[in-house]
Ligand binder design. Structure first.
Ligand SMILES: Nc1ncnc2c1ncn2[C@@H]1O[C@H](COP(=O)(O)OP(=O)(O)OP(=O)(O)O)[C@@H](O)[C@H]1O
Length: 368
């Protein structure tokens, strides 16, 4: 069993009137978001992976077959850590004993599999040391959810699944827990499947995304690739954006500007905190914040005017165009989206393959 082998699933079946036919393969590392509207089958897919819902098909995780034409491994024999919307901790056990409880039923001997994490590491990652002696009723919603995540990690899983882990929490608590989830992601090699219908959560946490709709998979792939494909629904949303992995290349203390490098471009971004050179960050560029010009206009307050090429475009409604731009003079860099009016598109005679200047009005940091 190696961690480099991915997650490969295909399920077909009916739940009452609802027909499911889903198939996807994603890498066995990082966070994969199952994203789609309410009722599209996200939870059912997780339940089928966990062996809690029996559908026809196959499921292979980290090289181990959990289901195929002949086999169906029962749920308790699948090395999976499940985090639900609401943490269900044992009320009579302290946080420490709740965390350790999962080890009793461990499905793999200690030491097997590279992904196992130890107690001290989980306590440190999730900031639980002050809470160990407490009973669950004396924890806040966010603390309870952190303990539930810790318990899932300590069950020595090959896969962690999280079903809307933040949706029962208020915005403040969500913001408090998000950095912990980011740290898990940076530190652990364990694959995480995350169900979410919140795009901001996906943009912040996911590396890969499986787009679902009405019991089917519309697309599966790297987050950035799925976001920047105009044939897929994410690019057509009002809040369409791309997430770009960048690193801090420079910091100008006089002006409080970090230079963030991505393939084919450098962005200057106002920020106080990003002084650590080489630090990886995730930028979010909204399509609505990018406009196009056929020549660089020197007289502008926009800091980021970047050479790019139009890779492709698609209509967005009747009066707008979504253009996919490849950054850099040669047009070989990272892809971003620009939403422009059809009028401007026609007036500038824009077309695929053209060299343009992307004017990026604002850059958000999705993860820093
Ligand atoms: N046991 C069941 N019997 C009949 N229909 C079911 C059953 N469980 C789920 N469904 C239906 O299957 C569909 C998919 O449900 P599922 O919970 O997987 O969706 P979801 O994408 O997770 O939705 P949400 O985001 O609202 O949680 C829904 O239409 C639901 O009503």
């Amino acid at each position: 069993m190696t961690e480099t082998e991915g997650i490969d699933v295909a399920f077909r079946g009916r739940l009452g009137a609802f027909a499911m036919d889903v198939a996807f393969s994603v890498p066995g590392r990082g966070v994969t978001a199952l994203f789609g509207p309410s009722g599209c089958g996200k939870t059912t897919t997780l339940r089928a992976i966990a062996g809690l819902q029996r559908l026809q098909g196959r499921c292979r995780v980290a090289g181990e077959i959990w289901q195929d034409g002949e086999r169906f491994l029962p749920a308790h024999r699948r090395a999976i850590g499940y985090v639900f919307q609401e943490a269900s901790l044992f009320p009579h056990l302290t946080v420490e004993r709740n965390l350790l409880y999962s080890r009793k039923g461990q499905r793999r001997p200690a030491g097997e599999g590279e992904s196992s994490v130890d107690f001290a590491e989980v306590v440190e990652l999730l900031g639980l040391s002050r809470l160990l002696a407490r009973l669950p009723q004396r924890l806040s919603g966010g603390e309870r959810q952190r303990v539930a995540i810790g318990r899932a990690l300590l069950s020595r899983p090959s896969l962690v699944v999280m079903d809307e882990p933040l949706s029962a929490l208020d915005t403040e608590t969500r913001d408090e827990i998000m950095p912990f989830l980011e740290r898990l992601h940076e530190t652990l090699s364990l694959p995480i499947l995350l169900v979410s219908h919140d795009m901001a959560t996906v943009e912040r946490l996911a590396d890969h995304v499986v787009l679902m709709n009405a019991g089917t998979v519309q697309a599966a792939g790297a987050l950035h690739a799925v976001q920047s494909d105009p044939a897929l629904p994410l690019a057509g949303r009002r809040d369409a954006a791309v997430s770009l992995e960048a690193h801090v290349e420079d910091y100008d203390a006089d002006y409080g500007l970090a230079t963030l490098a991505v393939s084919g471009a450098r962005f200057r971004v106002p920020t106080e905190g990003l002084r650590e050179l080489g630090k990886p960050v995730r930028m979010r560029l909204a399509a609505g914040d990018v406009s196009l010009a056929t020549s660089p206009s020197p007289d502008t307050t926009i800091l980021n005017v970047l050479p790019a090429r139009i890779a492709s475009h698609a209509a967005s409604g009747t009066h707008e165009i979504i253009a996919v731009l490849s950054l850099g003079h040669a047009g070989t860099g990272a892809r971003i989206l620009a939403r422009v009016t059809r009028l401007s598109w026609e007036r500038l005679a824009l077309a695929d393959g053209m060299a343009v200047h992307a004017q990026v009005k604002s850059v958000a940091l999705a993860r820093a």
